[in-house]
Design a binder for this molecule. Sequence first.
Ligand code: KG4
Ligand code: ZN
Length: 340
Amino acid sequence: MLVLGVETSCDETAAAVVEDGRRVRANVVASQIATHAPFGGVVPEVASRQHVATIVPVLQRAVSDAGLTFRDLDAIAVTAGPGLVGALLVGVETAKALAFALGKPLVAVNHLAGHLAAAFLEHATPDGQPQVPPTYPHLALLVSGGHTALIRIDAPGQTRLLGSTRDDASGEAFDKVGKMLGLGYPGGVAIDKRAATGNPHAVTLPRALPGRDDLDFSFSGLKTAVATLLARRALPEGQEMNDFCASFQTAVVDVLVRKSRRALVREGLKSLVVCGGVAANRGLRAALATAAAEDGFALHIPPPKYCTDNAAMIAAAGTQLFERGARAGLDLSVDPGLPL
Ligand code: KG4
Ligand code: ZN
């Protein structure tokens, strides 16, 4: 079963071909980061225009990288939301045109369900072993630019939200603090890089909701604390910058790890899936690996290329949906606020 995934919800134009929901035959991502960087964030209108210019070559590249032609595909899966409305429209309208022209079935995928499905994509673990796909039920920690949530998943599509952020998403916190530190856009990768050689205890920063018995997150207090600190001093430089980044990153990671552990215990779950762009963060990956070894839960974090936005995860989620009988019509519309 060969499914073409199409993803244009934000600032990556992406297409991928996935076989049987697991094996990635091609994964093409055209990033718009350089286009948006001068503006310090994603400009929606610019994103839509860039998607229009890039989508057809990206689709052609994915199919040819897979060694296939469009006729070989069994279905087309496309992100229908949540995301930027104009950006989503480019992917959805292109996928509809392709499905119509080829006479292939179309499946609408929720971008967040796509992130959750990334854990099922075949990849080698850091020690070279093939990864074992997650079993049900499991807990998912979804950490991206737009979302931060703990979700209980009992079966594909059977999810229960246990907690989410009350204000900023974790990726948003990384990006906003990155901007305050003058590290450009997006801040997550820049902070991760500097934090690797920084002292996480150099700067004291708050951890939101540490003692409370809930599974919600809040990152706006941390962001304000950073802003207040920086208002009183010059921007850190050199090693001091690395220390600042490490201290901030650890403050975010601490809360994410603590709440994930709490959720696993509360729900009696033994398996944690981590997904979304922030799951690429090396500090988070290391802290969760330590927690998994200490607490004895199975940890599933896809390689970074499947954590950040991509279309392989959309094809994987689309395959699961297709197998359960989901089909979208040519009247498929986008929903920028689509919940999981
Ligand atoms: O999942 P994603 O690619 O797009 C959304 O659906 O939002 O996530 C993007 C977010 C951005 O906020 C970016 O700064 C963050 O993921 N991110 C990271 C890292 N790589 C991407 N944050 C921390 N460390 C990273 N290595
Ligand atoms: Zn995403």
